[in-house]
Ligand binder design. Structure first.
Ligand code: T1G
Length: 714
């Protein structure tokens, strides 16, 4: 009896996975049907690979079998790729002919891949190793490996160009975007198109019609490659396209080139060598981010939320309110826009309608989608109808008393389950909610401008917010197709808080003699779309001053504003909305700002240069601006404001356009510098300048002292 009880626990968890039979085999009309069922997405683990190979070998031996169909038992997924959780840095190159696609290509009986759903990375490579492919029109096929810092390593750089040409193949790899089954069929990547319910019969029929004596393997096809002259042109163009900061792009190109010039078999060897040499830090950073993005919605003790959010009230029809309304309408949620008077309401509704009109004109949406969105939009200047709304998001001016009175009204006019969200970026949510009996339903829903474009939604919980409302916030974010990051209440929440020293450090450098355009160039070279000064112009300098004032109030010890921003505001150079800021309509204005920079430097408290302006390298400037951000992120961790350190990586990439290939703000410091070096660099800057923003916080020091990564959450 005792032995019997002990038995299950003696099996290791990994053994359970290994013992589970996930691949099934049946013979249907002389065709062996092999079905993969490794949940959740058929990621090819070493176990799944060997199970498939076993069944294919069985089919090859089975005299009753003429052909093989490889398909999935999981709806929506053929194969999502190799199993990323099994990735380890390679210690030696391997024989590429042992890969699954090569093994399938070696089958003596024809194999048809029957694709219905995601067919990505190693999944598409597996399908290309098959003799032919059938797919449903809405399947998604692609090679997104570069997004993980690696290159297609199972023959994708060889077989895809030979099936659809180099130009299109490189486009698929570089954009990392999947194409539909229909597009894949147009490109001849897929041989036959059919609906889901016809998939098996179509695949069986095709499999039985293939004559292996006439078949040419994908790896050896020549007929779809471009001509020599065309290839020269294509490669010359691609040479210029690849981003030197993302070495995996060049490596994919090298592998493709090698295959085209030396043949598919040698190409496979070249691909293996390029795979072996991928830039390990970039791969580590990007793979970290892959899992980090999927982790943000996992919040302990939050119950499942089984309802859909069908209607949202938006209070305030300005830029933010309008953007939030558009985001909801684009995702099929009904919106009631409320303004204080008819004039403002009409203007708000007009802006929203114009956005959809422009989308229609640019063919981003069709007439049906346009009509559906506008039918879902209503306006009001009272709280009539608010009783039935599932959620309300307040986006009025940043005035505490105004926000308080809005929530007082909402507590009266909304039902007892309604989510009460505020889109404030600077006001303490705790204070808005303090004396209301609905305070457990009040939550921060912080969108980033433009709210219908930026992919991040910060969800802020106060000390009163209930877990049910957090669940509702996560549900809203899912419906809006945004990535949520849940933060406990603090001034600036995650993104504005960790990035406030970024602007401060930029101002600090200007006051010590570095030109704003030089700073912008260094941060662009780092991978930001625009540098901090150009960003200021886009956001509006007056908005920037307001935000930094609120940060200064909360974190005065480490705030540094510089003088230039205020001088620019005094000169009414408020940025793009008035046509001029640091730049004029986005173009440099060296002369126009020269005197203003001088005036700022004269007014600064400590204009002593750290070194001569020309001596600052890109890396110096990048570190001076970004290390204080890492430091502030570590403070947020120290104060226990996020559920995991990597949430801040996701927040920085999705809220601030921090370059993804650097893994996010904390991962960047971890992977490219290490905790110890990060500490030393900050400490040196602190010693040199005496500025508190550079003083390493306790958490950072602890990680460095204990030789732990900053992601460790020590
Ligand atoms: N390996 C391991 N786990 C994976 C995975 C993979 N390839 N893909 C998804 N998951 C997990 C994911 O972490 C999550 O887990 C769950 O599955 C559901 O995913 C040889 C070497 C297919 C579009 O880059 O893009 O092949 O969080 O939440 O929104 O050259 O997953 O639930 O615990 O994202 O429906 C190339 C990666 C691999 C595709 C589905 N393939 N996946 O999106 O669900 S490299 C990729 C995706 C490769 C070859 C190389 C998406 C998806 P958990 P999800 P989804």
């Amino acid at each position: 009896n005792v032995d019997h009880k002990l038995e299950p626990t003696s099996i290791q968890h990994s053994d359970v996975k290994a013992q589970e039979e996930v691949v099934t085999y049946e013979v249907n009309k002389q065709v062996a049907v092999i079905r993969m069922g490794s949940k959740p997405v058929n990621a090819v683990s070493s176990h799944l690979k060997s199970s498939i190979e076993e069944k294919v070998s069985e089919a090859n031996k089975d005299t009753n079998v003429k052909a093989i169909v490889l398909m999935s038992a999981i709806p929506g997924f053929f194969i999502a790729g190799a199993d990323i959780t099994e990735f380890k840095p390679k210690t030696k190159t391997e024989d590429p002919t042992t890969r699954l696609p090569s093994r399938l290509e070696g089958s003596t009986k024809p194999i048809v891949a029957a694709i219905d759903g995601f067919c990505l990375g190693g999944g598409l490579e597996t399908a290309m190793g098959c003799t032919a492919r059938v797919a449903t029109p809405n399947s998604r096929l692609g090679l997104p490996e570069l997004n993980l810092g690696i290159i297609p390593g199972w023959g994708g750089t060889q077989r895809l160009p030979r099936l659809i040409g180099v130009k299109k193949a490189m486009e698929l790899m570089l954009t990392m975007k999947p194409i539909s089954g229909k597009e894949a069929h147009d490109l001849k990547l897929v041989d036959q198109l059919c609906e889901s319910n016809q998939l098996l019969s179509t695949a069986i029929q095709l499999a039985l019609s293939i004559d292996m004596s006439k078949n040419i393997k994908s790896l050896h096809r020549q007929d779809r490659l471009e001509s020599k002259a065309e290839l020269e042109q294509i490669f010359a163009h691609l040479e210029k396209m690849v981003d030197p900061r993302q070495p995996q792009q060049r490596q994919a190109l090298n592998a493709v080139k090698a295959g085209v010039t030396r043949g598919g078999d040698e190409g496979l060897v070249a691909e293996e060598e390029e795979s072996f040499n991928v830039h390990k830090p970039t791969a580590k950073a990007l793979q970290h981010l892959f899992f980090a993005e999927r982790a943000t919605s996992k919040i302990p003790n939050v119950p499942a939320y089984n309802k859909k959010i069908n209607s949202v009230g938006v209070i305030g029809g300005g830029t933010m309110g309008g953007g939030i309304a558009i985001a909801c309408l684009e995702n099929g949620i009904k919106v009631t826009l409320k303004e204080v008077n008819q004039k403002f309401l009409d203007a708000g509704l007009e802006r929203i309608k114009n956005t959809f009109k422009s989308k229609l004109e640019r063919k981003r949406i069709n007439q049906k989608q346009f009509d559906a969105a506008l039918n879902n939009l209503t306006g009001t200047i009272s709280y009539e109808g608010f009783q039935t709304l599932d959620c309300v998001i307040e986006a009025v001016l940043e005035i505490v008393d105004l926000k308080k009175s809005v929530f007082k009204d909402l507590s009266k006019h909304c039902n007892k389950e309604c989510i009460l969200g505020t889109n404030t970026s600077t006001i303490d949510i705790e204070s808005i909610a303090s004396d209301l009996d609905c305070r457990d339903r009040i939550i921060g829903l912080h969108f980033f401008s433009p709210a219908n474009v930026m992919p991040l939604l910060e969800i802020i919980r106060t000390s009163h917010t209930s877990n049910e409302i957090i669940a509702a916030g996560l549900q809203l974010s899912k419906q809006l197709r945004k990535t949520p990051v849940v933060v406990k209440n603090c001034v600036g929440f995650a993104v504005n808080r960790i990035f406030f020293p970024y602007g401060g450090a930029a101002g600090f450098l200007v006051d010590r003699g570095v030109h704003p355009y030089r700073i912008d160039k260094a941060l662009k070279n780092f991978g930001f779309g625009v540098g901090p000064f150009r960003m200021s112009d886009i956001v509006g300098l007056d908005v920037g001053v307001m935000t930094s004032n609120s940060m200064k109030g909360a974190y005065s010890d480490r705030a540094y504003d510089g003088q230039l921003k205020q001088i620019m505001v005094d000169q009414k150079r408020l940025g793009d909305k008035v046509g001029r800021g640091y730049y004029i309509k986005g173009k440099p204005d060296e002369e126009g700002i020269a005197d203003l920079i001088k005036a700022s430097q004269n007014r600064a408290n400590n204009p002593k240069p750290l070194k001569n302006q020309n001596e600052f390298t890109d890396a110096d400037i990048q570190e001076i601006l970004l290390l204080p951000v890492v430091n502030e992120a570590c403070r947020v961790v120290q104060e226990n404001l996020v559920y995991r350190v990597s949430d801040l990586d996701v927040a920085s990439v999705m809220g601030m356009n921090f370059p993804r290939f650097r893994g996010g703000i904390v991962a960047w410091a971890d992977v490219f510098l290490g905790a110890k070096k990060t500490f030393e660099k900050l400490d040196r800057l602190y010693q040199e300048t005496g500025m508190e923003m550079f003083k390493p916080c306790e958490y950072l020091k602890k990680c460095a002292d204990n030789n732990k990564s900053l992601e460790s959450g020590l």
